[in-house]
Ligand binder design. Structure first.
Ligand code: NAD
Ligand code: MG
Length: 390
């Protein structure tokens, strides 16, 4: 039996995780739930799963929860609340499913405390880099990737001799603008960018999928997780999102991982690892006719992917700088303060202007994150003053 602390329970990954828990009542139970602002859904989840520990974004919402729950769990709030859930003494497994580098401290603390940590929060791996492995080593924690491409790689690489591997290749759907000309992409609206063709996800990752920054973050994530250089991680555009990753060997051959594009599969993979059991997703429907296509990504129309490779090659805190700028730019785009094409410009400017440093400590990573945020926020303000709303 695994006892879960689920951070980000009200989001897209959070609700899918609870679907997996429902499918395995004999293997999985919920000890702690943490959410941000959706207090009504968090209350309903608490009433259904009755966790001992709950956390919500604000003090006011914590008081509301205490008054509106049908039982009396510990109720926390804010960053301390996230940590209280992540480190709850009764939880052996943490699902890190909040969004952004806000997830860094709780992911690191859970690894350091020796938990199995199923990491959906790719930003914490991009930003924390090798420090996350160090935390796991120091505390005996186990890091398993929920991101579909990385869960696929984890399955493909399990038990393989690293010396036999030439490269890994993660697939990208290409997002809603895959076949759009540059001028049309540059003028894309929020609604167009939120219209992802194959995955249903939270707003931040959906915008990242439209810029291909998501794939860029995933390239860095793959490098961090599997100890690969920038030259050993490649991207192939595969609009059907059925092949999730490939491993290329020195003899020129490849192995591919195939499954439905449903996040419940990689979530269950991590929660039950190393067991594979029937779950909420039906076996792959091979009887249905299908066509799969593969193409190379176009870095001129999707420059964020190139920026991620640059940051990975630069190393140190460069990925943290790029990630922080991108979080600021995407939030500004979603608030109507920036145009779609401004996202890559803000990211590029921040990466060029803020110097990267070697990755030494979590505190120093958080400093880099703050410095890049300040710069990107200034960039957004200047842009709004010069051009008004897009
Ligand atoms: P989402 O926006 O749907 O959900 C985010 C969750 O985190 C919500 O419960 C929100 O309340 C909570 N949250 C956000 N900031 C918080 C904070 N500071 N403190 C406490 N709670 C906070 O996002 P999502 O799509 O579920 O993505 C979550 C993470 O998983 C992201 O890092 C994303 O890149 C990654 N991921 C998502 C998918 C997907 O299919 N959705 C796939 C792969 C990876
Ligand atoms: Mg992914």
């Amino acid at each position: 039996m695994r006892h879960l602390a689920l951070l980000g329970s009200t989001g897209s990954i959070g609700t899918s995780t609870l679907d997996v828990v429902r499918a395995h009542p004999d293997r999985l139970s919920v000890v702690a739930l943490a959410g941000g602002r959706n207090r009504e859904l968090l209350r309903d989840q608490c009433d259904a799963f009755r966790p001992r520990c709950v956390s919500v974004g604000s003090k006011g919402d914590a008081e509301w929860l205490r008054a509106n729950l049908s039982y009396r769990p510990e109720v926390h709030w804010g960053d301390d609340g996230l940590l209280a859930c992540a480190l709850h003494a009764d939880a052996d497994t943490v699902v890190a499913a909040i969004v952004g580098s806000a997830g860094l401290a709780s992911t690191e603390a859970a690894l350091r405390a020796g938990r199995r940590v199923c990491v959906a929060n790719k930003e914490s791996l991009v930003v924390g880099g090798a420090l996350m492995h160090e935390a796991a080593r120091a505390g005996g924690g186990e890091l398993l990737p929920v991101d579909s491409e990385h869960a696929a790689l984890h399955q493909l690489l399990d038990g393989r001799d690293p010396a036999s591997i030439r490269e890994v290749r993660i697939t990208a759907s290409g997002g809603p603008f895959r076949d759009w000309p540059l001028a049309r992409i540059q003028a894309a609206t929020i609604q167009e960018a939120l219209n992802h063709p194959t995955w249903k996800m939270g707003p931040k990752i959906t915008i990242d999928s439209a810029t291909l920054m998501n794939k860029g973050l995933e390239v860095i994530e793959a490098s961090v997780l599997f100890g690969l250089t920038a030259d050993q991680v490649a991207v192939t555009v595969h609009p059907q999102s059925q092949v999730h990753a490939m491993v290329g060997f020195h003899d020129g051959s490849y192995q591919l991982q195939v499954c439905a594009n449903d996040m419940k599969l990689p979530i269950q993979y991590c929660l039950l690892y190393p067991d594979k059991q029937p779950g909420p997703v039906a076996p792959y429907p091979w009887e249905e006719a299908r066509t799969w296509t593969f193409e190379a990504p176009d870095l001129a129309r999707f420059p964020c992917l190139g920026l991620a490779f640059e940051a990975l090659r630069e190393g140190g805190t460069a990925p943290a700088l790029l990630n922080a700028a991108n979080e600021v730019a995407v939030a500004a785009f979603l608030q109507g303060q920036l145009g779609f094409w401004d996202i890559q410009a803000c990211n590029r400017d921040t990466l060029a202007r803020i110097p990267a440093a070697p990755l030494a400590s979590l505190g120093q990573v958080l400093d880099a994150d703050r410095a890049a945020r300040r710069h990107a926020e200034g960039w957004v303000r200047t842009r709004v003053r010069s051009f008004g709303c897009p």
